[in-house]
Write a protein that binds this ligand. Sequence first.
Ligand SMILES: *Cc1c(COP(=O)(O)O)cnc(C)c1O
Length: 382
Amino acid sequence: MSERDLLMIPGPINFDPGVLRALGAPTAGHTAPEFVALFSQTLDMVRKVFLAPNGMPFVLAGSGTLAMDTAVCNMIEPGDRALVIATGYFSDRMATILERYGAEVTIARADVGDVVPLDRVEAELKRVKPKMMTLTHVDTSTGVAVDVHALAQLGRAHNALVIVDGVCSVAGMELRQEEWDVDIVLTASQKAIGVPPGLALLVVSARALEMFKARKKPVLSYYSDWANWLPVMQAYDARKPAYFGTPAVKLVYALHESLRQIIAEGMDERIARHKKISDAFKAGIRALGLKQVPVRAEIAATTMTAPYLPDGIDAKLIGKIREYGVVVAGGLHPAIREKYFRVGHMGVVSFADIHATLSAIDRALRDLGYRASATLGAPEKL
Ligand SMILES: *Cc1c(COP(=O)(O)O)cnc(C)c1O
């Protein structure tokens, strides 16, 4: 990849130069007063970005999968029932993690490109009576976004803890953790948060922490155990040094800078910008005559787009697009893997970036002999 190539995959994303410069700052020790102060500010900013002013943030060295693993292993005791609302590959991963820690898992599965209807979720909550329900806000394998607010209300009404995998949505789509009463929201640094890969972020409600403290059996992961991490995060919160495992000091500097930028933009403004960019990109994809995986416009994510390959064009298209200087991602959902591709548009993405991407897709399609059909592309259709 050339330094001038445009990275348009659903994470890692293109990083802001200021965030990358923060990585180059001299390395402080993890107990140095300046790092403790910076980590403390970072935790406060995490609360702001998750819209969870009273939540308990955890910032751990690891990827998004560690954030999923951490949420599950601290909440689940063997034999607990869990309901997974499955909209793709990452929801299935959550189910696998739940099973690994001994949960009895029920999966409510959507058709590919669709969501699970609310009445079916309610019926499953009544039937299963789960301790915990998990949602994938945006399943990056389909580009489908679920209605977190409505699902969380249902989950809470049936007394289930609500865990949201927000890896492809936090800081890009509306997710009001506290107002919507979500117990755990988790993400990774390299997606809409805009920091190189390597940090797992979670914000946990007071209710979930109480349930953690009332556990009868120890957490089955040593590294992820909140008994180890909670005192450390609370100490940093109070601007005191603490140690369990060395934090990813450099990445925390970068996270501080990225969160500062996100908050300076304003959460509402940022969410609106992602929607505008997504609308424009999706309109361009329709104009090229390509259909999308989400079956209705209302359930399409605004952080990414998942276009189907047109008839007669295969995944070679992705390599062709790259020849025009733009990197997009291949399919991930096992049922349709060879039939579609994925484009991320989160973080510092601009209109110039999506125009360059559309133009590269257009040229690559033409190179492969495709001519856009003038009859496709009605704006109300995906
Ligand atoms: C990327 C992603 C993950 C996994 O994150 P990693 O950092 O790759 O471990 C989990 N869930 C969703 C929705 C994602 O988009």
